[in-house]
Design a protein around this ligand. Structure first.
Ligand SMILES: Cc1cc2nc3c(=O)[nH]c(=O)nc-3n(C[C@H](O)[C@H](O)[C@H](O)COP(=O)(O)O)c2cc1C
Length: 233
């Protein structure tokens, strides 16, 4: 019975831990500093103090901060059972979300659009130039998108989840995945002394144009940076 259970568990893990999402990078990539897995702010404290931050100080982000935020968004982690998973849970281990970075004021990183390659913990440069103004216009001119030093954009390859789960996957699971990812970024931002806000109000068509992917459904923009004022103390 025990052997049968072990075999079944192995099969379940094998078929569920796809961890997919994302083509392998074709060209150059920028390796990010290794993420920290220990911090000085407890999970409880981060949950208690987290609030949406819409006013940023004007300071830039360091590459270490960007690295940490992207890792928390969807980087590789180790769960001790399968050996490797990712920072948030995903229905069926299918991981349909792509993570982009629109960098405007990040030390050591040219302004531009990048895709986060979680397997390598690296950035794939996609386009040069400061795209924050364009992104803000796509988000009904919400000024924090323009003013944050960087914006994380999350988009879904819906077919990854729909292929297995049909309508239920499209209507529920993909958005649930994005919610988990978003809260990770929120909590990580707080623990770094940064702030973030989830932005869901934008033109899908315009954001698809900015990330250059008509086949992906944008779900979130997450402007992140040093808060102008501290939140709840
Ligand atoms: C799916 C989603 C979409 C959101 N879209 C926006 C948005 O477009 N603009 C904005 O300013 N805040 C947006 N928010 C942030 C909420 O307004 C905010 O989380 C809520 O008011 C609670 O405040 P708190 O985060 O400070 O606790 C969004 C939040 C979620 C979860």
């Amino acid at each position: 019975m025990r052997i049968l259970s072990a075999v079944l568990l192995t099969l379940v893990l094998f078929f569920s831990a796809d961890l997919s999402s994302g083509q392998e990078p074709a060209g150059d990539f920028i390796k990010l500093p290794s993420p920290e897995v220990k911090g000085s702010v407890s999970v409880e404290e981060a949950i208690d103090k987290r609030i949406s931050i819409r006013d940023f100080s004007g300071e830039g982000l360091s590459l270490e901060q960007v690295s940490q935020l992207l890792w928390a968004a969807g980087g590789a982690t180790s769960d001790g059972i399968t050996g490797a998973t990712r920072a948030y849970p995903s229905a069926g281990g299918l991981y349909p979300l792509e993570i982009y970075l629109v960098a405007g004021n990040v030390q050591g990183l040219e302004s531009g659009l990048y895709r986060y390659e979680w397997r390598k913990h690296a950035l794939i440069p996609l386009e040069k130039g400061d795209l924050r103004e364009k992104l803000a216009r796509a988000a009904l001119s919400q000024r924090m998108v323009r003013e944050a030093p960087a914006v994380i954009v999350v988009a879904a390859k819906l077919e990854y989840t729909v292929r297995r789960y049909g309508q239920r996957g499209a209507e529920r699971y993909v958005s649930m995945d994005a919610g988990h990812l978003g809260e990770n970024v929120h909590l990580q931002a707080h623990s770094l002394g940064l702030g973030a806000v989830m932005v869901g109000a934008f033109s899908d068509k315009e954001v698809k144009g900015i990330i250059g992917r008509k086949d992906e459904m944008p779900l979130y923009m997450i402007p992140v940076g040093k808060p102008a004022l501290r939140g709840k103390q």
